[in-house]
Each structure stands twice: as structure tokens, then as C-alpha cells.
Design a protein. Structure first.
Length: 162
């Protein structure tokens, strides 16, 4: 069984889309666990604030099927895949890790934004502080400890999805 981590984000009907995505992910990954939900300002464009969190699960699905499933869940929640990179999102599901796989296809793993964005790193550090990043061989807690926390503002929000 592979250990996977998924970044979840939304800034369009964010409460509904985040809750729906978690319910759907739990249907496919029954042991799914989630970090706290964080709110942050949009980065790279002017837009509504985002809700972000990270989910962890184990799966027997191969990597390619996990990637297809995440794209299907995004589409089912109104995501258009011709959206430009920095724009509003109904739902953004990014596979961060698939065990310790390092690859560029069918997805970039580990996801580059892990070490660059607080809205990914903080919830990941909360959920899996001891997980070792396969490229830099540091724990997620060590990466978060060394992260410049003045770069991005985010805060925890209450969202009931359990």
C-alpha cells in the first residue's frame, strides 16, 4: 500500500467544495486523515482567499490511477482544466507524495510547491511531521521549521467536515 498526501484548495464556494472533496476522497480512501483547514490570501492574482488543507491516505491504486481520480474529482466539482495557472479555483487537488516516488509523469513528485508555499507546508507539517522528503532527505517538520514564515500569511479556520 502506498502512502499518499494530497493538497486540497479552493477559493470559489470554498466551504462547499472543500467539504465535498473530503467526502469524495473518504469514499475512495476510507482511512483518509486531514490536517486543519487554513485560509490564505490568493497568490499570483487578485482573488478571494483560499481554504487549504492536506489529506493523507494509503492506497493500492497505482500512481496513474490516483492522478486520474484526483482530476475526476476536480471536474466533478466544477473545475475547468483550461483554467490559467494563477486564477480562481473551485477545487484544486494536487498529489504531493506517492510514497517516496520521484518523477515528472504522470505528476511531478514530490510536488515542488511543498517547500515553497506555506499553505501546503504548514498543513503537511501538522499531518505528517516525520515524513521524509525523498529529495532533500529532511522531515517535513524540519522543512517547516526552516521555512520563512513571513513570506505568506495564513491562519487556521474552523470547518466541520468530520
Amino acid at each position: 500500500m502506498a502512502q499518499i498526501f494530497i493538497s486540497i484548495g479552493s477559493n470559489v464556494n470554498k466551504e462547499i467544495n472543500v467539504i465535498n472533496s473530503i467526502k469524495t476522497l473518504k469514499a475512495y480512501f476510507p482511512g483518509l486523515s486531514c490536517s486543519s483547514v487554513f485560509e490564505s490570501e490568493s497568490i499570483g492574482f487578485d482573488g478571494n482567499n483560499f481554504y487549504n488543507l492536506v489529506a493523507a491516505a494509503k492506497t493500492e491504486l497505482p500512481l496513474f490511477e490516483v492522478c486520474l481520480l484526483l482530476k475526476k474529482i476536480e471536474r466533478d466539482n466544477g473545475r475547468l482544466h483550461n483554467d490559467k495557472k494563477f486564477s480562481p479555483r473551485t477545487l484544486d487537488l494536487d498529489l504531493l507524495f506517492f510514497d517516496d516516488v520521484i518523477c515528472d509523469e504522470p505528476a511531478q513528485l514530490p510536488r515542488d510547491e511543498i517547500t515553497k508555499n506555506a499553505f501546503v507546508l504548514w498543513p503537511l507539517a501538522e499531518l505528517a511531521p516525520e515524513f521524509i522528503h525523498p529529495i532533500n532527505n529532511l522531515s517535513i517538520a524540519e522543512i517547516w521549521q526552516g521555512y520563512d514564515k513571513t513570506k505568506q500569511k495564513l491562519w487556521k479556520v474552523e470547518l466541520s467536515f468530520k
